[in-house]
Design a binder for this molecule. Structure first.
Ligand code: UT7
Length: 332
């Protein structure tokens, strides 16, 4: 497809709440143990917000981005918030974020694609820039997973955490840098394996839905694991091949952080070594839409990403949704 120009990431920001729940905490509330959680998932700690909703996580991540760049909130054209835990069904969380950060000239909307949410939002935002319609698009991945987690269910409660992270998309100085290519997919036949049963138009909230715990995450972990491992590995490999990249050409795999075993399998399929895989699952668990931009922000701030680095971002999540984006980093 012909593009007028490329979109590229010109600023990053993040917010993780201060409260830490470590694996020992879960040993006290459900039948689990530190060793099981680490060996089966790679998670040691996760963060939980005590003083706000998803829009607060998102607004704080955007504020961090503004504090670390020359861009001002009133210059933002559009805000896209990828989330499955909106503050409310409506208005969109993007509206609440717009108000909280003072982006008085922006429009915006929410995008629901679960753990692939950031990738889908990044491509959507990039298209707004590539078309020439807008120059400054904020793409935010934000989830307060603790608001839909059943802390009596050991199958899910150890996995998730709260966080937000944001990137700014602007036109790239050349076609060489920025969002180069993407492979994005959905398959709704996977809906039964990972979902929240009630609260939507299918099963509106009733006393019965609450009694049945239908307002929490439901996951058939084994079923999701099987398709996620193949889906994420295949799409990451396919985008490399499609763009003629060898494993040596890739500076980093930036994977969704759901399970270290899924991440390892993806890296193996791509033929890249562990030192070229961005990992922070041990600190934050699965923060759904926030995992990938959190990795980008932390690794960039640690001086580990260089201008010109080829990054492969990839994710798999509820829907099913999955995909990969090839990005050539342009920030020095
Ligand atoms: O992020 C979006 C997409 N989601 C994913 O990608 C997640 C994919 N799935 C997974 O990451 C893994 O399936 C889990 C981490 C969720 C579970 O790991 P697993 O190795 O697939 O375990 P399992 O579900 O097959 O369960 C094995 C055993 C079961 O016990 P029995 O039936 O063998 O007696 C579970 O009840 O482990 C048990 N178990 C636990 N034991 C201790 C499940 N959760 C726990 C726990 N602590 N927290």
């Amino acid at each position: 497809m012909n593009k007028l120009r490329n979109a590229t990431i010109t600023a990053v920001g993040m917010y993780v709440p201060p409260k830490i729940l470590n694996n020992k905490y879960f040993e006290k509330i459900v039948d689990t143990n530190d060793e099981w959680i680490i060996t089966r998932t790679g998670i040691k700690e996760r963060r939980i917000i005590e003083d706000g909703a998803t829009s607060d996580l998102a607004a704080r991540a955007c504020q961090d981005l503004f504090n670390n760049s020359k861009v001002k909130p009133e210059e933002i054209d559009c805000i896209i918030v990828a989330t499955v835990t909106p503050d409310m069904f409506f208005p969109a969380t993007a509206c609440l974020v717009q108000d909280k950060i003072g982006a008085k000239n922006a429009w915006g909307f929410d995008l629901s694609a679960a753990c692939s949410g950031f990738l889908f939002a990044l491509k959507t935002g990039a298209s707004l820039v590539e078309s020439g319609s807008y120059n400054k698009v904020l793409v935010v991945g934000a989830d307060k997973m603790s608001s839909i987690t059943d802390y009596t269910d050991r199958n899910t409660c150890v996995l998730f955490g709260d966080a937000a992270s944001a990137v700014l998309l602007e036109p790239s100085e050349s076609m060489e840098f920025g969002i180069i290519d993407q492979l994005l997919f959905v398959d709704g036949s996977g809906k039964d394996a990972l979902h929240m049963k009630a609260g939507g138009s299918l099963n509106p909230a009733t006393h019965e839905t609450i009694d049945k715990k239908w307002h929490y995450i439901y996951q058939d972990g084994k079923a999701v694991f099987k398709v996620a491992v193949k889906g994420m590995a295949d799409v990451s490999y396919d985008i490399m091949k499609k763009n003629g990249l060898s494993s040596d050409d890739v500076a980093y795999l930036v994977p969704h952080q759901a399970n270290l075993r899924i991440i390892d399998a993806t890296a193996e399929r791509m033929g890249i070594s562990k030192d070229k895989v961005m990992i922070n699952i041990h600190k934050y668990g699965n923060t759904t839409a926030a995992t990938i931009p959190l990795c980008l922000t932390e690794y960039y701030r640690d001086g580990k990403i260089k201008k010109g680095d080829n990054l492969i971002l990839s994710a798999f999540g509820a829907g099913y949704t999955w995909g990969a984006i090839y990005l050539k980093w342009s920030l020095a």
